[in-house]
Design a protein around this ligand. Structure first.
Ligand SMILES: *[C@@H]1O[C@H](CO)[C@@H](O)[C@H](O)[C@H]1NC(C)=O
Ligand SMILES: *[C@@H]1O[C@H](CO)[C@@H](O)[C@H](O)[C@H]1NC(C)=O
Ligand SMILES: *[C@@H]1O[C@H](CO)[C@@H](O)[C@H](O)[C@H]1NC(C)=O
Ligand SMILES: *[C@@H]1O[C@H](CO)[C@@H](O)[C@H](O)[C@H]1NC(C)=O
Ligand SMILES: *[C@@H]1O[C@H](CO)[C@@H](O)[C@H](O)[C@H]1NC(C)=O
Ligand SMILES: *[C@@H]1O[C@H](CO)[C@@H](O)[C@H](O)[C@H]1NC(C)=O
Ligand SMILES: *[C@@H]1O[C@H](CO)[C@@H](O)[C@H](O)[C@H]1NC(C)=O
Length: 637
């Protein structure tokens, strides 16, 4: 009888499974009944989680014994599959607002003078409403004043929402408030920090529960260009930043558009700043483009604590021109390693091609080793300054043309490993439609799911004559990839590598070294299906394209946020910053979407809960296995 996997003693199977990747363990367990018991083995599940995805939310829940390791494996696998295949589990309208933030599973949205806080990941936690007028009125000491205050939401983290408050009158009055969103905090204690701002030019905030940092693009460098100024304070009473600490100006740090040319993030005790370029001026002769990254510890926002690396490899200019309108830049945390990773999407004419293609690149952040930080004076020069000018290429005639003032950058070409390079069209024969920028309302890349996600406005979807909807409609457009075996099936077949001796013959087949990976790309998918295809698709179109209270002549503004399991977006009519629009949740996590949004009576019209019986059916779609009423033809999932 030939040996087969399911007949092996369990100990041996366990050893084999513990050396597999996360997806392979799950897929192996799906192959047959006998192997399904792999996932019934909690030691193996635990090992799989700890070896591959120890920093995911599910891993943390399992550590705290709120779910089992088996459930953790299953949930991670399912949400990633659902995301990568563009098959969400639920979609619903959550409420209305003119601004929102979504982080750590918490949605904060604003309308009027109220901030509503909703835990998307928990079906039991109630909606909290913060009355901003009364919170401000109840806060002792100087603060934003004047009847007419305008505010915007900046950032949420660790039960604190950062809010920018401005008086409408010209007299200035420009405040940053950090407001606790915890349950049961008396109004007089909700404001945990307030700072009067001198400038609010491109204001952004990043914080944890101990420190709050804010930045404005209001400094001026010696060259006359604007530069970012970063300031921070401690907010928990346990940590201190000396009160005489001067604001930190990020010198020679170029770029002002968060999300396309610069990104800021707090991670593991450090504040990070990233830019896609290293000089203010375009050099006439230049070879290589680098990222500029800087960081400092949250406790020490001092110049001498700043680490800078201006030579993180990005690309060679010779690779081809970039269409800048499509550039997206972000810093994301890898669920497997907890590293902060640069994720950039660029649309380029690569290698002289006549067509432009989008590619999603990832790159590690590194800093040169620090020698010592002997100096304690906060204003001493950075111990590691911008790197000195690097080498120049040999044998390049252009070197002779360099003028003395030229600030050319060069580094040898670095191989583009497939592991860090995800092309939009991975399947060469993919005929999926591409959408112009004006129709691509939102773009993002999910490192966790190896997928890109666009929210596009599709004119054709509802054009069918039998269609129950009209006009262009919003649809998800998702492409993904996953690890492929190192050897293709044909190769195994040809060389007989499956046999005990065959493996030596493999030498000429790339890639064998483990230096790179192979990927299997999925075709790009659009979701939901055409509204005319089934009743639940029609309902999904109404949820994803909620009717606007008033259409304005200026079209719509769409703002979106994703995390590793959900997309949340808001569609606001026109460009009026205070006009409210619906906020929509699309989730790939089976556990999300059950939530029954509870209401306080005053707000009944702005948050639609499950108890709103008439609207409920219309505003909520959720797939349940075996529940045929969800969609009888199954086209939506
Ligand atoms: C695995 O566990 C499930 C539920 O815990 C149980 O129904 C099933 O019979 C178990 N399968 C095996 C092969 O032990
Ligand atoms: C919010 O606070 C303001 C000012 O204190 C008050 O006038 C208003 O009635 C409050 N709103 C609600 C819904 O409690
Ligand atoms: C503000 O607070 C004071 C007392 O702290 C109270 O008398 C006043 O009515 C409040 N104003 C509003 C608008 O709630
Ligand atoms: C915020 O970051 C600082 C610096 O790493 C850390 O010491 C502190 O514990 C963090 N606060 C929370 C509540 O995580
Ligand atoms: C950085 O991104 C911006 C916006 O996309 C672009 O204009 C600029 O050329 C980029 N810098 C480099 C060095 O590519
Ligand atoms: C980042 O560094 C880690 C550990 O050094 C390595 O495994 C990973 O491949 C690197 N990623 C990139 C994008 O270079
Ligand atoms: C770059 O992309 C934008 C938006 O899609 C497009 O309008 C523009 O024509 C492109 N630029 C070139 C040179 O093709």
């Amino acid at each position: 009888m030939p040996p087969s996997l399911d007949r092996l003693p369990f100990d041996i199977l366990f050893c084999i499974a513990s050396s597999l990747t996360f997806d392979d363990v799950v897929r192996l367990s799906l192959t047959c009944r006998q192997l399904r018991l792999l996932l019934n083995e909690s030691t193996l599940c635990r090992r799989t989680i700890e070896a591959h995805i120890p920093h995911s939310k599910e891993a943390k829940l399992a550590q705290r014994q709120q779910i089992t390791y088996r459930e953790a494996v299953q949930r991670i696998y399912e949400r990633r599959e659902a995301f990568a295949k563009a098959l969400p589990y639920s979609a619903r309208i959550l409420g209305e607002g003119f601004a929102f933030t979504y982080r750590q599973g918490i949605l904060c949205f604003a309308s009027g003078k109220y901030i509503r806080v909703l835990d998307i990941h928990s079906s039991s936690s109630p909606l909290r409403v913060i009355n901003l007028s009364s919170v401000i009125n109840a806060t002792a000491g100087a603060g934003p004043s004047g009847a007419e205050l305008k505010f915007s939401l900046l950032y949420y983290s660790d039960d604190i929402i950062a809010v920018h408050c401005e008086s409408r009158s010209r007299s200035g009055n420009n405040w940053l408030l950090a407001i606790s969103t915890k349950v049961d905090v008396p109004e007089s204690q909700r404001v945990v920090a307030k700072v009067e701002l001198e400038s609010s030019s491109r204001l952004f905030v990043r914080h944890n529960a101990s420190f709050i940092y804010w930045g404005t693009h209001s400094g001026t460098g010696t060259h006359g260009h604007h530069e970012w100024i970063i300031q921070g304070i401690s907010i928990d009473g346990k940590h201190v930043i000396p009160s005489d600490t001067r604001p930190l100006q990020l010198e020679e740090f170029v770029g002002s558009d968060i999300g396309s040319t610069v990104a800021f993030e707090i991670h593991e005790g450090y504040f990070y700043a990233l830019s896609n370029q290293t000089s203010f001026d375009v050099e006439e002769v230049d070879w290589t483009s680098f990222y500029h990254c800087a960081r400092f510890p949250l406790e020490r926002p001092f110049r001498n604590a700043l680490e800078v690396n201006t030579r993180i490899y990005r690309r060679q200019h010779a690779e081809g021109p970039i269409n800048d309108s499509w550039t997206d830049l972000s810093l994301q945390v890898d669920e497997a390693t907890n590293y902060l990773v640069i994720v950039e999407s660029r649309r380029e004419w690569l290698d002289g091609a006549s067509k432009q293609y989008r590619t999603f690149y990832t790159q590690n952040i590194t800093f040169p080793r620090r020698e010592s930080s002997a100096s304690t004076s906060p204003d001493a020069s950075p111990s590691i300054g911008p790197s000195a000018a690097g080498p120049l290429p040999e044998d390049d005639p252009l070197v002779a043309l360099l003028a003395s003032g030229n600030n050319a950058h060069w580094a040898p070409f670095e191989t583009r490993h497939a592991r860090y390079t995800h092309p939009e069209y991975g399947v060469e024969t993919d005929t999926a439609r591409s959408f112009i920028l004006a129709r691509t309302k939102f773009r993002a890349y999910s490192l966790s799911c190896s997928s890109f996600i666009d929210l596009v406005e599709d004119e054709k979807c509802c054009a069918a004559s039998a269609s129950p909807c009209t006009g262009p409609c919003l649809r998800l457009r998702i492409g993904s990839r996953r690890l492929a075996p190192l050897y293709s099936d044909e190769f195994l077949h040809d060389s007989g590598a499956g046999k005990a001796t065959g493996i030596q013959e493999a030498v000429s087949y790339p890639p064998l070294s483990g230096a790179d990976d192979r990927f299997r790309y999925s075709r790009i998918k659009l979701w939901p299906p055409a509204a005319s295809s089934c009743p639940c698709a029609a309902r999904l179109h109404r949820i994803l394209n909620p009717s606007q209270p008033r259409e304005s002549g200026h079209g719509k503004t769409l703002v979106g946020v994703i995390d590793e399991r959900s997309l949340i977006y808001m569609v606001r009519p026109g460009r009026d910053e205070e006009a409210v629009g619906p906020i929509v949740l699309v989730s790939f996590d089976r556990e999300i979407g059950r939530l029954a949004v509870s209401n306080d009576d005053d707000m009944a019209d702005s948050v639609m809960g499950d108890d709103v019986s008439a609207g409920e059916e219309e505003l909520h779609w959720r797939w349940e296995p075996g529940k045929s009423s969800a969609c009888s033809s199954g086209a939506c999932r």
